[in-house]
Design a protein around this ligand. Structure first.
Ligand code: SF4
Ligand code: SF4
Ligand code: SF4
Length: 246
């Protein structure tokens, strides 16, 4: 019996699911031979409530999403957080910096009374999560790696060292040398420093490494005459939930 796989979306832009649709090549054919996809709103109309593996995209931002997520957890043998919103709360948590009344007013104006909202959170703040596919959106190779490991009953090997390692291996000149700031020293690698390779800096979309070397980041800031506040503003984009719950 092939395991049955379902994809579900909560609050997010659905970019992670779109990215999953970009999987291609022989590996995908192998994958489709190994699993049955029974629920994926973006690509199919059929829906089955009997599934083994649930991919969850998006963070939890409304009260009604909590029982829905719990029901999925009760049904699925394995729950996988897909993307930054689901794994770490992501950009949705920016609203946690203001009151929920203010957040509704900013977004919906005088129609705010028709909507409800709660402070945004990652899915592991509500249910147990078995695997994480990080990033905004995730790297498709990592998505495949996690699925393969799952099918083999193994833990996927996800880097637990900073983006700087991959950035240096790619031969980049550090953006601090160019007067920019970067969250690479405390962000979990696995993306091959794709943003720095493209001339930008790391925004921290893969979340913090388990034991971030804050002292090292402080040393870098001192070396370049920068303040922690300059970095915290960047940190908030994806990692507000980690910041407000620490
Ligand atoms: S992690 Fe990024 S791409 Fe995925 S749903 Fe959230 S905002 Fe969209
Ligand atoms: S701080 Fe950013 S640019 Fe500098 S090495 Fe680390 S990841 Fe690369
Ligand atoms: S470099 Fe940083 S922001 Fe860019 S994909 Fe990697 S972790 Fe995300």
């Amino acid at each position: 019996m092939k395991p049955k796989v379902a994809f579900f979306d909560f609050t997010g832009c659905e970019g992670c699911q779109l990215d999953a649709l970009n999987l291609e090549g022989e590996e995908v054919i192998d994958l489709l031979n190994a699993v049955d996809i029974v629920n994926f709103r973006e690509v199919m109309t059929e829906r089955e409530d009997n599934y083994d593996i649930a991919f969850i995209e998006g963070s939890i931002t409304r009260e009604s999403e909590i029982p829905r997520l719990q029901k999925i957890r009760d049904q699925a043998k394995v729950v996988i957080a897909l993307g930054a919103c689901a794994c770490i709360g992501g950009v949705n948590c920016l609203k946690n910096h203001v009151s929920m009344e203010e957040a509704l007013r900013i977004v919906y104006g005088e129609d705010a009374r028709y909507y409800d909202t709660i402070p945004a959170r990652p899915i592991n703040a509500v249910v147990r999560v078995d695997y994480y596919v990080r990033g905004c959106p995730p790297i498709t190779a990592e998505l495949l790696k996690v699925i393969k490991a799952l099918l083999l009953g193994k833990q996927p090997e996800i880097p637990n060292y900073p983006v700087c390692v991959e950035c240096k291996m790619a031969g980049n000149v550090c953006v601090f040398e160019r007067g920019m700031t970067c969250l690479g020293p405390v962000t979990r690698a696995g993306c091959d420093a794709i943003c720095v390779n493209s001339g930008r800096h790391c925004w921290g979309c893969r979340g913090l490494v388990d034991d971030p070397n804050i002292d090292s980041e402080k040393e870098i800031l001192q070396k370049y005459g920068l303040t922690a506040e300059q970095l915290v503003e960047k940190f908030k984009i994806y990692n507000t939930y980690a910041e407000v719950t620490k």
